[in-house]
Write a protein that binds this ligand. Sequence first.
Ligand code: ATP
Ligand code: FE2
Length: 337
Amino acid sequence: MGKEVVLGIESTAHTFSFGIVDSSGAPGPSCSAFLRPKEGGIHPREAADHHAENSPIILNDWLENNELEPGDIGAIAYSQGPGLAPCLRVGASVARALSTRLDIPLVGVNHCVAHIEIGRERCGCDDPVLLYVSGGNTQVIARLGNRYRVLGETLDIGIGNMLDKFARDNGMPFPGGPKIEAKAKEWLQENPDASLEGLELPYAVHGMDLTFSGLLTAAKGLVDRGAPLGAVCWSLQEHAFAACIEVAERALAHTGKKEILLGGGVACNQRLCEMSSIMASERGCSSHVPEKMYCVDNGSMIARLGWMQLNHAGPTSLENSAVDQLLRTDQTDICWP
Ligand code: ATP
Ligand code: FE2
C-alpha cells in the first residue's frame, strides 16, 4: 500500500484500536486491545491507562500486519467524541503526536457517524435508516440534508449497557450481550414451545424514544422470583429488541426510506438481525448488517470516516482538535453524497 493509507485511532471507551483504509477508502482489519474489567463496570481512568500502555504495542502490530513503515501513512484520523473523556484524550494525544512527527494531516471524526459510514461502505447501502445499538448509545438515525438526524433514542441507558449490567448481576462477565444471547438460544433449544407468559417486561417505546432501565429492573425481579435465568435472558432480548425494531420501523415509515442498517456492538446479535430482516421484508425494504469486526468499535471505521472528511472537507486544525465527550450524531456536517 502506498503513502495514501489513512490510520484510524479508536479510543472512546473499552477498546483501543488502530485501523486502516487504503487510498481508495477500502477498510482492512483493525488491531485492537480490549479492556476486560475482572469485576464491575469500566472505570474511565483505568481504561485510559490501558489505552496508553497498549498504544505502542498496537501501533507496531498494525504496521507489521499491514507491512507498512511509518512513512507510508498519509493521514491520521481519531475519534473526537462522544465517549469517556480520559480515553478520548489518549487517542487524540497519540494522533496529534503522530501527525506532528510524521508531518501529515490530522482529522478528528464523530464516532457515531463512523459506525454509520462503515456500515454503508460494507453493506453497499445508499440512504438507510440506521439502528445504532451499542453499549453507550441507542439511536435511530436518518440522513436529512447535510446531517444525520436522530429520530429516536434511549432516554436513559444504552441497550448494551443494560444487557451488560443484567449479565454482571447474574454472574456473567463483561461483555454481557454475547453471553445473554447464548443463554437465550440454549433456553429456546431446550424449550422449543417456550412462551413469554409470566415473563412479560415493561414496554420500552415512548413515542420515537426508548427506555431500558425499567426492563432491567423488571428482569432482575423475574430472576429474584425464581424464573430460570435462560428464560429471562430470552425475554429480555425479545422485549428490548422488539422495541428497537418498532422505532426503526416507524422511522422507515415516516422517512419513506427503503433500507435499514444495523450498527454498534449489539448488532452482532443474531436474534436482533433476524427481527430486523423480518420487519424489513414485511415492508418491502432491505435489512443490512456489517461483519462483526465492523459492528464493534474498531479503528478502521475511524480511518474510513477520516478518509471521507479529508476528501470532502479537509483536515482538522490543531486548535479544533480538542475532544468532546458529549459530541452528538447530528452535530457533524455530512458533506459527501
Ligand atoms: P459506543 O461508544 O458506540 O457506545 P461501545 O463502547 O458500547 O460503543 P461497541 O463495541 O460498539 O462499544 O459495543 C459493545 C456492546 O455490544 C457491549 O454492550 C456488548 O455487550 C454488546 N454486544 C456485543 N456482542 C453482542 C451480542 N452478540 N449480543 C448483544 N450484545 C452484544
Ligand atoms: Fe461504538
